[in-house]
Design a protein around this ligand. Structure first.
Ligand SMILES: [Cu+2]
Length: 331
């Protein structure tokens, strides 16, 4: 990854174009990776996992996806790490080390080996599609949901509206660097920031009309699905569903009769806001000490897509999406 550097340790190694993958010393051999992968495919096609004692663990309809996850990911839940490995994680390291697979040049780890930097490498997305396709293969072995599985006769969605324009734009965002660089205790901190040109979108809200028969807690899920393919041919629902993005999931209290659910885009449970700048945290901590009060809580949830990336960039002419809303019982 050119232009990306460690604080100590120099530039991140770049993987040469058209690299033919090599075994990586101390990590894995390509051949072993292929064997592990084919064992996972066997588990999917056979319908069971073999644990470290040789016992069969069946992949049932509702629990199978977690069990496949346990053998694909680096996880202490894996019932047989020796046999299935941890394909996803090992592939990250294999990709990250291809510039120096035998440690000849003592290079630092590649961008693919850290959560913070892995999306710098375009192979990140190809790798995840590859891993996803294995899960997809498992999913395709399941029998479809029945109407009874999904029906929620308590509610009828009567209206779906989006308040506010769905507009994306680029902004110059000032990013606080004071905690990211070395300084000396003998000189007081001075503000140090950098400006990042980045994608963002205008805030909007969803406005959903729901008719309910009885009071109940309900789960609302919302997805944005692509409408046309690159030839402007409308997708079928079965095609489009693989490109759907879940934009929110939340509980709501429904009352018998007509309800209006208003939900702000910024409230989404799949996204997180910008990190609180270090200077703000210091200021808040000092104030809390001074007044004996509690410090405001930030980022209660650490996982999530950046809120500013909730909407895809789109095009100047506008890009069509379908908004799909599902309401089921919240029990
Ligand atoms: Cu990954």
């Amino acid at each position: 990854a050119p232009h990306t550097t460690y604080r100590y340790g120099g530039e991140f190694p770049s993987r040469p174009d058209n690299k033919i993958f090599e075994d990586v010393d101390g990590v894995a051999r390509i051949r072993d990776m292929k064997i592990m992968e084919s064992r996972i495919h066997d588990a999917i096609d056979l319908g069971y996992i073999v644990d470290s004692n040789g016992k069969h663990i069946n992949l049932c309809n509702s629990c199978g996806i977690d069990k496949i996850g346990n053998i694909m990911e680096s996880s202490t839940y894996s019932p047989n790490e020796q046999y299935y490995g941890s394909l996803h994680n090992t592939a990250h390291v294999m990709l990250g080390r291809q510039a120096d697979p035998h440690g000849k040049f003592d290079m630092p780890p590649g961008v693919m080996e850290h959560f913070e930097t892995s999306t710098r490498d375009p192979s990140f997305f190809r790798l995840h599609k590859y891993m996803n396709n294995i899960f997809k293969k498992y999913k395709n072995t399941l029998s479809p949901y029945t109407v009874e599985d999904l029906a929620y006769p308590n509610v009828e969605i009567t209206d779906i509206k989006v308040d506010g324009e769905l507009v994306t734009f680029f902004e110059d965002f000032e990013f606080d660097l004071v905690n990211a660089i070395d300084d000396t205790e003998t000189i007081a901190d001075v503000p140090i920031t950098t400006v990042v040109h980045r994608l963002n979108h205008k805030e909007f809200s969803y406005n959903i009309g729901v008719k309910a028969n009885a009071d109940e807690t309900a789960t609302v899920r919302m997805f944005m699905c692509p409408k046309y393919d690159s030839n402007h041919v409308e997708y079928t629902l079965d095609e489009a569903r693989w490109g759907c993005i879940q934009v929110d999931k939340f509980w709501t209290e429904l009352h018998a009769g007509d309800n209006t659910i208003v939900r702000k885009s910024s409230a989404s449970s799949v996204t997180i806001p910008d990190r609180t700048p270090f200077a703000t945290l210091i200021k808040e901590a000092d104030e809390a000490v001074e007044f004996g009060s509690a410090m405001p809580k930030h980022n209660a949830r650490a996982c999530g897509l950046p809120q500013r990336l909730l909407l895809p960039k789109g095009t100047v002419e506008g890009l069509d999406f379908e908004l799909f809303v599902s309401i089921t019982s919240g029990d």
